[in-house]
Design a binder for this molecule. Structure first.
Ligand code: SF4
Length: 648
């Protein structure tokens, strides 16, 4: 039987297990990516493991999430990251040089390679044939140390693209259509592998918009085969030598197939406050828009901004609407400036922001109260913009720009009819250039020792799991609790990312302001949640901080993949419960796991008895591999890996 593209790359990198869906496999990692909010912990963990040098073919440290240096903390973190990159042999992308996925795509991503990144949108370079997976920082630290990355073998789903995009429909509409059909849970446990005649009609940056937002479907990753378009894109980047032709065998078998006829698509929009609340733009036309932002790792490339610039040429944005462009990389900013497009946009009323994540995580450009903001980003979880009850819509740069011109949501086809405006199309530059000085290569590193400021602490370690596990239900939550709910990513909070005791004070504060105090006082206990607990980002603080506060486990109806891995990594027991049990447990109930927990975890027990208030019992299940069980019982991956190294 032939292999899918995903199977071929995994097979090339397999060090443990077999490629059977649901079985755990270990793979070798070629490239490592980390950013500033997760990177400090990655390197502190790398240090705690007594590792000397990154063993991957390439490691890259970006500074993109927290680049506003309000006080010394972010600046100290950036200096620490530069020193860690220097000491351990990683590339260092300076603050303001751009968003990790955009810069990585421009400089380093290679077809056929495996990449692990401590950021949930790591799958972005799947658009040029790299198998890129988001993971927790500790998994990344271990992979950079030369250890295998372990993952449950996903199902491979074929997304067959047919036809070509009609006027004013874009790559963003392809992924919004998939979100409309599959929802934010539709890709869980799956790799989406694209194929079909429609693929060749899409340039690589259009493909990376789709693979970037495959994350919103919950997919492990998304990938395209390579072809003349891939070769052409790499040549324009000046990296033609990185091209390799890769694709599935003709007789490859997939677990499922989805067909999208590109010619049927029209401009779509995600309405507040989930990326799968998709409707045609015409359905919400007429809604006043006070803010429009173009940028992020989804639509922040030079060629994403170019259509907007063309639409704005010789026009002005509506006086009631503010329009901000935050290019995804400084290279994109420089090219827009040198080609004259930045000045066209400024003349139309656009404000340029620095090349960072910024507004995507509520750092700057917070919408006005009770106002609509249209963004080209990938997520619109409630409150992520920095405004608690925000109204953030997600759309293509074309739809966003049309709204900026009209002052209200409008289908760009209708605006084009009214203004006699042509579809700007999607065009790549002849060549990409600029911003070379903003990446420091390992051989030119300026530091060879770690530099730690006063806000950079130690990584807390958990003791091995006890026989007895009991405590109260500290907090009961609904479905779809995100890592943003667990540890908000706003500037005032995330500046403590390297200071776990301080950061922990904000744990779940968006759900219950008193949570951290109550948890510390209780000295142990459980979280209770509905479906899809921990969706969103790879933020390992969302497991580390509850662990620091004494949380022992989470009882949920289901877990998001990366967060569940992080719970294992920090020694928190993730037990699945059914709906009836979830409904019956009340916040404050006394919970006891009846079995010798450490022993049962190690011996492979799948069912655990949960006794509540000494009155009733229910069964909860632990879905974990032997390796995850050892990690859990040892108190998490850090103590587990240290023990392994000590035994070696
Ligand atoms: Fe940055 Fe937003 Fe992309 Fe995350 S999703 S990497 S915060 S731009």
């Amino acid at each position: 039987m032939g292999q899918t593209l995903t199977e071929k790359i995994l097979d090339d990198h397999l060090v443990d297990g077999e490629l059977v869906p649901g079985e755990e496999i270990g793979i070798e990692i070629d490239q490592a990516l980390t950013q500033d909010t997760t990177g400090t912990l990655v390197w502190l963990q790398f240090e705690a493991l007594d590792l000397e040098e990154a063993q991957t073919e390439l490691a890259a440290q970006y500074c993109d999430h927290q680049t506003y240096q309000f006080d010394f903390k972010n600046t100290d973190d950036h200096r620490f990251l530069r020193s860690a990159a220097g000491k351990y042999g990683a590339y260092f992308s300076r603050p303001g040089n751009g968003i990790c996925h955009q810069v990585h795509k421009e400089h380093f991503a290679k077809p056929g390679k495996t990449m692990l990144g401590s950021d949930s949108h790591t799958p972005t370079p799947g658009g040029l044939g790299e198998l890129a997976i988001g993971a927790g920082g500790l998994d990344l630290a271990v992979a950079m140390g030369g250890g295998a990355y372990y993952i449950e073998m996903p199902e491979i789903v074929n997304v067959r693209l047919e036809g070509e995009l009609p006027s004013w429909a874009t790559a963003k509409d392809v992924i919004l259509e998939l979100l409309r059909r599959l929802t934010v849970k539709g890709g869980v446990g799956k790799v989406l592998e694209f194929s079909g005649p429609g693929v060749e009609s899409l340039t690589v940056p259009e493909r990376t918009t789709i693979t970037n937002m495959g994350t919103e479907l919950g997919a492990t990753t998304s990938i395209f085969p390579t072809d003349e378009e891939t070769k052409d894109y790499l040549e324009r980047l000046g990296r033609g030598e990185d091209y390799v032709e890769i694709g599935p065998d003709e007789d490859a078998e997939y677990a499922d197939q989805i067909t999208v006829d590109l010619s049927d698509l029209e401009p779509l929009i995600a309405t507040p406050s989930m990326p799968d609340n998709i409707v045609p733009v015409r359905e919400v036309a007429g809604e006043d828009v006070e803010q429009v932002i173009i940028g992020s790792c989804t639509n922040g490339a030079y060629e994403d901004i170019l259509p907007s610039a063309k639409m704005l040429e010789g026009r002005e944005i509506d006086p009631t609407t503010e329009m901000i462009v935050a290019p995804g990389s400084k290279q994109a900013s420089e090219m827009l400036a040198r080609e004259g497009w930045a000045s066209e946009m400024m003349a139309a009323g656009v404000n340029f922001s620095e090349s960072t994540c910024g507004a995507c995580i509520g750092i700057g450009h917070v919408p006005a109260s009770d106002s609509v903001s249209l963004r080209t980003f990938n997520r619109n979880f409630e409150g992520r913009s920095g405004l608690e009850d925000d109204k953030v819509y997600l759309c293509s740069p074309e739809v966003a720009t049309a709204a900026a011109i009209a002052g209200e949501i409008v289908d760009p086809r209708d605006l084009a009819d009214e203004l006699g405006m042509d579809d700007p199309g999607f065009e790549l530059p002849e060549e990409y250039y600029g911003a070379d000085t903003d990446i420091i290569e390992p051989e030119n590193a300026v530091d060879d020792e770690l530099i730690k400021g006063p806000n950079i602490g130690e990584v807390p370690l958990k003791d091995p799991m006890d026989e007895r596990l009991e405590g109260s239900a500290l907090l009961k939550m609904d479905d779809n609790i995100t890592t943003d709910h667990i540890i908000p990513a706003t500037q005032d909070i995330l500046m403590y990312r390297s200071n776990v005791p301080k950061l922990s004070e904000f744990t779940l504060s968006r759900v219950d302001e008193t949570f951290a105090d109550r948890a510390l006082e209780a000295d142990g206990g459980f979280l209770v949640a509905g479906e899809n607990y921990g969706q969103g980002s790879s933020r390992e603080h969302a497991a580390l901080c509850p662990m620091y506060l004494g949380v022992e486990g989470v009882l949920a109806q289901s877990f998001a993949r990366i967060h569940k891995a992080n719970l294992f990594n920090f020694g928190l027991l993730p037990l699945e419960i059914d709906e009836e049990t979830y409904e019956k447990i009340e916040q404050g109930d006394d919970i006891e796991i009846v079995e010798d927990v450490a022993g049962a975890v190690r011996s492979g027990a799948e069912e655990f008895t949960v006794r509540v208030n000494d009155e009733w019992e229910a069964t909860a299940t632990l879905d974990a591999s032997d390796r995850e069980r050892e990690i859990l019982a040892d108190g998490g991956k850090l103590p587990h890996t240290k023990m392994k190294y000590a035994d070696a």
